[in-house]
Design a protein around this ligand. Structure first.
Ligand code: PMV
Length: 314
């Protein structure tokens, strides 16, 4: 019998991926078209997990579940319970490793399900901190942006070590989110930017600073409903992300097709080197056309995201 349930959506980084790791601001939006659900049953014996690619003891699970193992251990400690006798079932329609926050979403769903199972109230701060345990295993020095956005389910303006504020959203526009169909490589991308930064900080720092400025500009655009300017900031961000070598040919191609098909702006989203891109369109009609062209150009899937539907709180 299910004793606990937890659900979490994905996230989209609108602006500021990679530069956020270096203390620049970033904006991320909750993405509830895709979600992960975790349910918990109490059983006798060792913890077990059932998911798409593994059914068995959590202690013997493949490396992809290493973060979940560490997370369950830490969460049970936090709850003051023995770390055994749990059966976790994880179901998802959130594609993994596409820059949509699947690892943080799994963690949020698992922690929510465990707290629900033991009927203990869970604050957003505790949730974000616990999710950080698994994120540090999956990503190199994670900024905390994914965990913060997914745990809150709100549009977030985020600065590492400074915290977050929720963004008022009053912009007209529809994002087309397109999947290249290729696994993104966040860990490698973050570490290759770190190598570039170590080798040539004078070249990389101005790029990271400009990405930070573009995030500030984008945040103004969200407030003032300036989708044309937002599109321009996205295009400039994409050019800078290309310079720090986190884009790839497929992402570049989809970005180019989106712009040629009338998008106001387009860029990769998340860690890059595969994964997803986003294109800003002024109307659903324009977004439909862009989405069709992106599919013709090889996108494996597309989603529409009405920016007005985002939950936002002051
Ligand atoms: O690929 P994702 O969805 O995990 O996003 C990573 C975002 C980065 O800025 C590249 C890394 C980070 O820790 O913020």
């Amino acid at each position: 019998m299910t004793v606990g349930q937890g659900i979490a959506g994905g996230k989209i980084i609108l602006m500021g991926e990679h530069s956020v790791v270096y203390g620049q601001p970033a904006i991320a939006l909750p993405f509830s078209k895709v979600a992960i659900q975790c349910s918990v049953d109490f059983i006798q014996g060792d913890n077990t997990v059932d998911c798409d690619f593994y059914h068995g003891k959590l202690s013997e699970a493949p490396v992809l579940l290493e973060g979940v193992r560490a997370l369950v251990e830490r969460t049970m400690k936090e709850l003051g319970k023995e770390n055994d006798g749990l059966q976790l079932r994880i179901e998802s329609n959130l594609p993994a490793q596409r820059g949509l926050g699947s690892s943080a979403a799994v963690s949020v769903a698992v922690v929510r399900a465990l707290y629900d199972a033991f009927k203990v109230d869970l604050t957003e701060d505790v949730l974000t901190e616990l999710v950080g345990v698994a994120e540090s295993i999956y990503h190199e020095s994670p900024s905390g942006l994914d965990a913060t956005t997914i745990a809150s389910g709100k549009a977030v303006f985020f600065e590492k070590n400074r915290g977050k504020k929720y963004l008022p959203m009053s912009i007209d526009g529809v994002l087309v989110v397109a999947d290249t169909g290729v696994f993104g490589q966040t860990k490698q991308a973050v570490s290759s930017v770190r190598t570039l930064w170590n080798n040539n900080p004078d070249h990389i720092n101005p790029i990271l600073d400009r990405l930070g400025e573009l995030t500030m500009l984008a945040s103004e655009c969200l407030e003032t409903n300036d989708s044309v300017m937002l599109g321009r900031t996205m295009n400039e961000a994409q050019a800078l992300l290309r310079q720090i070598d986190v884009s790839d040919d497929r992402l570049e191609h989809l970005v180019e097709v989106a712009i040629e098909s009338g998008a106001l702006g387009a860029k990769l989203t998340g860690g890059g080197k595969g994964g997803c891109m986003i294109a800003l369109c002024s109307t659903y009609e324009a977004a439909n056309y862009v989405s069709q062209k992106l599919k013709e150009a090889g996108a494996s899937n597309t989603w529409f995201y009405d920016l007005k539907e985002i939950v936002s709180h002051e």
